[in-house]
Design a protein around this ligand. Sequence first.
Ligand code: IDP
Ligand code: MG
Length: 155
Amino acid sequence: MAATRERSLILVKHDGVQRGLVGEVIRRFENRGFKLIGLKYVQATRAQLESHYEDHKGKDFFEPLLAYGSSGPAVAMVWEGHGIITAGRAILGATDPIKAQPGTIRGDYATAAGRNLVHGSDSEKAAKREVDLWFKAEELLTWHRAGAQHLHDKY
Ligand code: IDP
Ligand code: MG
């Protein structure tokens, strides 16, 4: 099967960094078989977060989200692979961690929506916009993950 270019922007948000869960998040995506093509520690600005979360402008949690999100570093990643957007959201778990299934990142490590550790793109359109917001084109690497055929071949 031809390699897919489907991508998702995954963030370990500031609470995830503070909780020491960067490696845990990477491990789950890596073990699942997805390919990491961009990774960096970032100090997000309010303006960047305002753009990232533009769909939520006006909601009661919007200001706290920007304030907390810009209070310290996050880790931004781009993961690539067949089904990464849907699978990535499933790996994260429900927005409200109380409703998130055990076995998901939020279901295993979080209890509050305002401290739900991670972000994942929810559509191809959102992924494109978010990847462009957090990464320059030259920061994304093209590489072949050895053994990919053992993950992707359908038959
Ligand atoms: P998502 O991160 O699962 O896609 P969204 O609905 O897009 O969830 O909300 C973006 C972020 O805003 C959430 O991850 C969470 O940090 C925050 N948020 C959403 N709803 C609430 C809420 O009811 N209380 C506090 N924070 C919230
Ligand atoms: Mg969202």
